[in-house]
Write a protein that binds this ligand. Structure first.
Ligand SMILES: O=C(O)CCC(=O)C(=O)O
Ligand SMILES: [Fe+2]
Length: 187
């Protein structure tokens, strides 16, 4: 991919760990129906989500101000494992719970000013594999990458500047998927 730095590590978590975290995070995290503002109207987003992070890492997301919950222990351990892998530090995570095929995430870039000019984002996936779509903002080039159970995707460099990404809906009968995108918010 031109203008991007993307690394995909399949089976980054061994299967046993991935299976147990998949169960544990569904149970233990404080999932809620997120809200966003579209043209001044507040609407539910098509998935559940939860923000965890260090105190003070407030984040404005699609017009809605979010304050992080304090780290859950296992999530904090996963953060440390991502930090070791990436050689950089993270202070917050957006957790997403795609309950079924019609849950999705629209095309976007993680390019909020709080993330700095070339953010490193570490994205852990658990459960049903879902397609991660990339689209180049200038030439429209596309890539599709299924994010599998236990995988880690690292996006860095100019990826957010030049590419959008998202999770499309599917009509297939599928199991839930969890995703965790660890970020560093400049405070
Ligand atoms: O679920 C995914 O893999 C994508 C999540 C994402 O793009 C985000 O949280 O910004
Ligand atoms: Fe994203």
């Amino acid at each position: 991919m031109a203008d991007a730095k993307v690394q995909y590590l399949a089976n980054w978590l061994d299967n046993k760990t991935a299976d147990s975290l998949y169960e544990l995070f569904q149970r233990e995290l404080d999932w809620s129906e997120g809200l966003i503002k579209i043209f001044g109207k507040t609407v539910k987003i098509p998935r559940l989500q939860a923000w965890y992070g260090d105190a003070g890492t407030d984040y404005e997301y699609s017009g809605v101000k979010m304050s992080p919950l304090p780290w859950q222990d296992d999530l904090h351990k996963l953060k440390v494992k991502c930090e070791r892998q990436c050689g950089s530090s993270f202070n917050s995570v957006l957790a997403n719970f795609y309950r079924y095929g019609k849950d999705s995430m629209g095309m976007h870039s993680d390019n909020e000013p709080e993330l700095g000019p070339e953010p490193i984002i570490a994205s852990v996936s658990l459960g049903e594999a879902r397609n991660f779509d990339f689209k180049h903002k200038v030439n429209g080039e596309k890539f599709r990458l299924p994010l599998e159970h236990g995988s880690l995707l690292i996006m860095s460099g100019k990826t957010q500047k030049y590419w959008q990404h998202g999770i499309a809906k599917t009509k297939k009968q599928i199991e839930p998927r969890l995703n965790f995108t660890f970020r560093k918010i400049m405070v």
